[in-house]
Design a protein around this ligand. Structure first.
Ligand code: NAI
Ligand code: MG
Length: 358
């Protein structure tokens, strides 16, 4: 089988980690050549991002979505560079794709890797195995609001940023989280809100959560406020399995989760359109890391882990498992980039991953 993938490296370390992921995926496909079920990847790379914006005045081409829509998947790096305001670059590319392709479920697994130090790891046998499920289509990132409201004179500007919660949006992400929990050893869903302070949308979220939970009596549930949940991530990590939260809350919690696992550079994610009407998008959780970009210091594991999620989406779970095993073999062997306490370069890690697949 041949899978057509649109690569959008975009900015900073996004370029380095997408190149890494492509090299590793192509090496994986190479090993399938003489097998009973060979597969291959056909790539098309799109030059969109902040440099493109500075040249053309747009983050992606006008017909960009049209050109992406028939790919089997999108493999994304990271968007953002200090020369372009972050809200312009993020909305112009990543959020534009997520929202137009209705990638409403953002899945972000968090787990320990062998040989990687974690601030949480008390003993070598401590386990951490969560999936943060992020509502990816509405909530705090619905884009509702405006500047210059009210006209209170110089120094008195008023801005509004509203969050949108729909019953349909809440219900579908929760059912997704419960279905996922059913596939896991620890069958539990923790719902996160700040419904004591945000009394409309987040209370709707809580109500829908209770209603949906009733359909999954075999799955344990809890509702936790986001401030308490951030403490719980640190203090009782073993108590969590699937964590479902709104766009902003899950965004913050998943960075916390990946830092607790050892580094932001390790964290993988999938932006899924579960109905498969549009392509889904696979990307590391981290941003473009301008502080280390272009120096060969980027940890490619988050991007390679995202490629493993893409293989699962393609219906190749065994190949995804091989890729994840290669990641574990590499970190266990101490081939670690600087963010996880090592001295290896991006290239060293790519080479080790490819060797581990042979
Ligand atoms: P960031 O995730 O780029 O960096 C935060 C810290 O983590 C930095 O110290 C960086 O060096 C480190 N880091 C990130 N990825 C790493 C990797 N692969 N290997 C080793 N270390 C890594 O977040 P920051 O600095 O807040 O944002 C930088 C730019 O990225 C901004 O323009 C922001 O808007 C954008 N951004 C884009 C995202 C996306 O495209 N999905 C997500 C988050 C931020
Ligand atoms: Mg984020």
């Amino acid at each position: 089988r041949t899978f057509r993938i649109a690569a959008i490296p975009a900015d900073g370390v996004g370029k380095e980690v997408v190149a890494a992921g492509r090299a590793v995926l192509d090496a994986l496909a190479e090993t399938s050549k003489n097998s009973a079920a060979p597969f291959a990847f056909v790539w098309e790379e799109f030059p969109w991002g902040c440099e493109y914006y500075e040249r053309t005045g747009t983050m992606m081409d006008e017909d960009g979505l049209e050109r992406l829509k028939d790919f089997d998947a999108i493999y994304f790096g990271a968007v953002g560079w200090p020369t372009v305001p972050d809200h312009v670059s993020l909305w112009g590319l990543r959020l534009r794709i997520c929202q137009n392709f209705d990638q409403w479920a953002n899945v972000r697994p968090v787990h320990f890797l062998p040989g990687v130090q974690s601030p949480l790891r008390k003993a070598d046998d401590t386990e951490l195995d969560w999936v943060v499920v992020r509502e990816n289509s509405e909530g705090e990132y619905a884009g509702l609001g405006g500047r210059n409201l009210g006209g209170r004179g110089p120094g008195g500007e008023v801005a509004v940023q509203s969050a949108l919660f729909t019953e349909v949006g809440c219900e579908r992400i929760m059912r997704f989280a419960f279905d996922l929990a059913r596939t896991r050893a620890h069958k539990k869903v923790s719902s996160v809100t700040k419904s004591n302070a945000q009394q409309y949308g987040m209370v709707l979220w809580d109500d829908v959560f209770k209603r949906v939970a009733a359909d999954y009596p075999d799955v344990e549930t809890e509702s936790v406020l986001v401030d308490a949940m951030s403490a719980k991530f640190v203090l009782k990590p073993e108590d969590l399995s699937v964590v479902v939260a709104s766009n902003l809350n899950a965004d913050i919690l998943s960075d916390l989760g990946s830092a607790l696992a050892g580094s932001l550079g390790l964290a993988a994610s999938a932006n899924l359109n579960p109905e498969r009407r549009f392509p889904s998008m696979f990307e590391p959780v981290h941003g473009s890391a301008p502080d280390i970009a272009g120096q060969g210091l980027a940890n490619p594991i988050g991007a390679v882990g995202s490629a493993a999620l893409m293989l699962e989406h393609f219906g190749l779970p065994d190949q995804a498992a091989r890729l994840n095993k290669a990641i574990e073999a590499t970190t266990a062997a101490g081939i670690l980039t600087r963010d996880v306490g090592g001295t290896a370069t991006t290239e060293d890690v790519i080479k080790a991953l490819i060797d581990a697949l042979a």
